[in-house]
Design a protein around this ligand. Sequence first.
Ligand code: GLY
Length: 386
Amino acid sequence: MAETTDVVFAGGGIIGLAAAWEAAQRGLSVRVVDPAPGRGAAWVAAGMLAPVTESSFGEEALTRLFLAASASWPGFASRLKTATGWDTGFRACGAIAVALDASDRAQIDQLLDFQHGLGLEASRLSATDCRSLVPVLSPAVRGGALMPGDHQVDNRALVLSLIDGCVRAGVKLTSDRVVSVSLDRKGAATGVVTEGGEIYLAGTVVLAAGVDTPAIGGLPEGVLPPVRPVKGHVARLRAQPDGEAFSHTVRGLVHGHHSYLVPRADGSVVVGATSEERGYDTTVQAGAVHSLLDDARLLVPAVDEWEFVECIAGLRPASPDNAPFVGPTSVPRLLVATGHYRNGFLLAPITAESVATYIATGSVPPPLDAFPVDRRFPAARTGSDL
Ligand code: GLY
């Protein structure tokens, strides 16, 4: 039987890796069990850190969490860089939201009112302002808004830095899949059981397996929170051999469709994203590639000239209220950290800090304590309700 660690993480995506690294930084012995760390949704993501453009009507508490999460990013990126020497591509680039028609413009104006009501930093831009900030934008852009506090990290550089940081900090990375949690006679978690038939014992078990979390067995019914997969296709293009193709992340409303283009320092551009309720399917569909590129080229006509590098699809772990589940469950010594939906990268440092703090103190610190894992949701409507 494998040695015991202080903590075992089921899942080494962006959340599991960040929390494992943080726990190890605080002196805990840590194991992460994942068949391919960092190669799930974290590898697909665009890495936007967007507290303002991801804020939505009716989600004020979540917006407060996003702002706190954003504030923790510079320190986290700098600590990781000091520990590993890697540049994670964290950049305070700002974002602009742009509209292609009058209805898109009206929608951005409504969002601006909502954002101003919450005291968020966002200002209206004319069409000329938009093109001065991002000259590659189409002349068809009708105007938009500037969100100077929305930033980015290179998702893949971050994942690789975290894996390196974990290895340097002594985290054991175990290539296997957790299938169940083992419990003692009093019903407390004692470790995890893997597909490969191993048992890894630990003082605390953290389930951070994204959309796969609810399928982890061995637990009484109702312990694990409801998380569902929301598929996102993301394309990667190469605009130029080196140096960013434009400065700000572009969030477009294209005749009602949401689209984004995130310029990386290496001359590539990440184009996203579809949002599809299709269960656990990650096949890349021609129609999705077509619509991603079609919206992107309406915003930035030069897209037609850029190299197509790849399109892949991942599964966002969504919760019924779009807020994450981070903290203890009704099973002693069992935590979960999942449900980060569209904001896994933004929320990774604050989640990591909260998991490590919970293990040390027995309390989830604010603002994540506003979203207890056992919160209840209205029953889902079914077809017969409609
Ligand atoms: N955070 C953007 C997305 O999930 O597509």
